[in-house]
Design a protein around this ligand. Structure first.
Ligand code: ADP
Length: 608
């Protein structure tokens, strides 16, 4: 990493720290300064006291030194206690803000980024990496160490400076002294550097192993995989995989800590040789009569602190620089742009619901893929129409819907709403005109009513109507707590478990509750039994009312009732028309699919 980049990240890191909690950052820095000034007060006055005793100064002078020592230490300690308690109080605010910033970013991100495997990997890397000690919190410990060590260094240097001006100590000893300090610091830097490289390599290997471990843990812990693990006797195999992973982490850790302990030993030996040298030089100076007893005591203490301050500063600096690798990744997550928020046009709220949508030569590739999921799609339809989209699995039906709802932007071509490119509309406004039940819809562990209203408050009457319309009425009537019942057991022990079909009905009720002009159902009956499926599609026109309804299915029978049927094949629209027109085209895909499915049902029926 270049120096300029280190500076850029440092500045941003400080801004980030202050943005989390200003009072935490200020208290942290002030307290670090005060706590590290504190030891110098007794050192300074003890030296004065010793000299005063030696010189036989009056009791009043001795008392004054004692009073000043105790008084200043007391005052500084009081302020420091206040600052550290303020800092601890602000810590909660800081952690909350950090969590919040992360969640807020996830919510504001374009859906394309949410689905992007690279973004998923980045999130996992950040999460795993933060377990290694390099994370945004390391920024706090580094800031504290840097301020502490800089204070120690400043105080020690200012109190030992006079040592270098003493005539009684030969120049060669002064050079040896300075040389010793520099050598110890240099060894510390090298040892730290080596340690950091080794540690980083170890943590890098942990990140991939832990990412794997995290996914593995989800398999084991999540009850949805519990059935398959038991039926297919996968437990031993999974446990074995984890054992191997743990063994690798343990062995890598052993190697790392043995090497770093050896490096630490070298610098410790050097430091102690230097301490010994300092004592010898000072004793020599005292015997030669160049310095007072008090000064000897002061220099000895300050030089020891100087040494620890200098090596501490170097290692804090190195750690901060190493942490920049993490912070760069961390901040890159916040920097992921959201290209969706470009437009500002308001979507015209039309009483007549006269919207029309046009796909104009639209082609689309998913991010990080090369093959086209949609190719040269041209289609026009208007509000009020009931449009069915059919085709084999993987033919591009869901992708078409994702583009229409602006979860992705087309790679080529454009989509227009009332003749205006949908990119030009305000994103949130544009989203507000769609109600969609996706195949992989998600319900949450909240109350049934909250799920339907997609929010913490709901209109009971409207919710009930939507649930009845979606075919959930009987089940609702059988629920003792009705709309207040929790779904699943995530937040409430008495939460109810629902079947896939019931889930689809609740998701449909949620779409109806939103009451948007567009109602889009992506395979809405896939989890329903044939009778329930018949119920949904036969009442579909009634459910959809005057809304534009787009109905996706690979079961052609459920699409007959739609005004217009669009047939997708390999990302292209290959046919458009009414059921009657399409079935009459014997060379067309629709005809082939229809007869294939009819044959399937007939054979099935015959077997039964
Ligand atoms: P359908 O809804 O007709 O079953 P999709 O629209 O889901 O088909 O998929 C169309 C093509 O796009 C398929 O080849 C599928 O593998 C691919 N695809 C779907 N979702 C993604 C995605 N998130 N990333 C990459 N490719 C995808």
């Amino acid at each position: 990493m270049k120096v300029s980049e280190h500076i850029r990240i440092s500045k941003r890191a400080v801004r980030y720290l202050f943005s989390l909690s200003r009072s935490y950052a200020i208290c942290l820095i002030l307290n670090a300064v005060l706590v590290n000034i504190l030891p110098y007060v007794p050192i300074y006055f003890s030296a004065k006291l010793l000299d005063a005793l030696y010189d036989g100064k009056p009791l009043g002078t001795l008392g004054l030194y004692v009073f000043l020592t105790v008084g200043i230490v007391f005052g500084v300690s009081l302020v420091s206690t206040y600052l550290s308690s303020r800092r601890d109080i602000s810590a909660g605010e800081m952690y909350r803000n950090d969590d919040w910033q992360f969640s807020e970013k996830a919510m504001q991100m374009a859906y394309a980024s949410v689905e992007d495997p690279e973004v998923t990997l980045l999130r996992e890397q950040i999460a795993m990496e933060s377990q290694t000690g390099y994370n945004q919190w390391c920024l706090i410990s580094c800031t504290e160490s840097l301020v502490s060590c800089a204070t120690v260094l400043f105080m020690s240097l200012s109190m030992t400076f006079s040592f270098f001006l003493l005539d009684s100590i030969p120049l060669v000893m002064k050079f040896a002294f300075v040389g010793g300090i520099l050598l110890t610091i240099a060894c510390g830097i090298l040892a730290n550097r080596k340690t950091e490289v080794l540690t980083n390599r170890y943590f890098e290997s942990c990140v991939s192993l832990n990412t794997f471990g995290g996914k593995y843990a989800r398999y084991i812990e999540h009850y949805s995989s519990g059935k398959d693990i038991r039926i297919y006797d996968m437990a031993e195999g999974l446990l074995d995989l984890n054992r191997k992973r743990m063994r690798t982490v343990y062995q890598n850790g052993m190697k790392l800590y043995t090497k770093t302990a050896a490096l630490q030993a070298v610098t410790t030996v050097l430091e102690h040789i230097l301490r010994f040298g300092v004592y010898m030089i000072l004793i020599y100076a005292a015997v030669a009569g160049g310095i007072t007893i008090g000064s000897v005591a002061r220099y000895v203490s300050c030089v020891m602190l100087l040494l620890s301050g200098a090596s501490g500063l170097v290692s804090a600096l190195q750690k901060a620089l190493m942490n920049h690798v993490h912070l760069k990744r961390f901040f890159s997550y916040f920097d992921i742009p959201n290209p969706m928020y470009q437009g500002s046009l308001t979507v015209e709220k039309r009483d007549d619901n006269e919207y029309f949508v046009e796909f104009r030569d639209v082609s689309f590739c998913y991010p990080n893929t090369e093959s086209y999921a949609l190719r040269h799609v041209n289609l026009k339809f208007k509000v009020g129409e009931k449009l069915a989209i059919v085709g084999k699995n993987g033919s591009g039906k869901t992708t078409f819907i994702k583009l229409m709802c602006r979860l992705y932007d087309p790679t080529e071509g454009e989509i227009l709403l009332n003749g205006v490119n949908i990119k030009k509309y305000d994103y949130d406004e544009y989203m507000s005109i769609f109600s969609v039940v996706f195949q992989d819809f998600r319900l949450f562990g909240f109350r049934l009513g909250e799920n339907v209203a997609a929010g913490p408050s709901y209109d009971p009457q409207k919710t009930r109507e939507c649930l009845f319309q979606a075919g959930f009425g009987k089940r609702l009537a059988a629920m003792p707590e009705g709309m207040e019942s929790f779904l699943f057991k995530e937040f409430d022990e008495s939460g109810i478990e629902i079947s896939g079909g019931e889930g689809q009905r609740i998701a449909l009720a949620r779409a109806l509750y939103k009451d948007a002009p567009f109602l889009i159902l992506d395979e809405p009956t896939s989890a329903l039994d044939p009778v329930a499926e018949y119920e949904v599609y036969s009442s579909f026109n009634e459910i959809a009312g005057d809304k534009t309804a787009v109905y996706i299915s690979h079961r052609l029978a459920s699409c007959r009732f739609c005004d217009k049927i669009v047939v997708f094949d390999a990302g292209k629209i290959v046919q458009t028309g009414s059921h009657e027109a399409l079935i009459a085209d014997e060379a067309g895909l629709y005809h082939a699919l229809w007869h294939a499915q009819a044959q399937y049902y007939t054979t099935d029926a015959a077997k039964a």
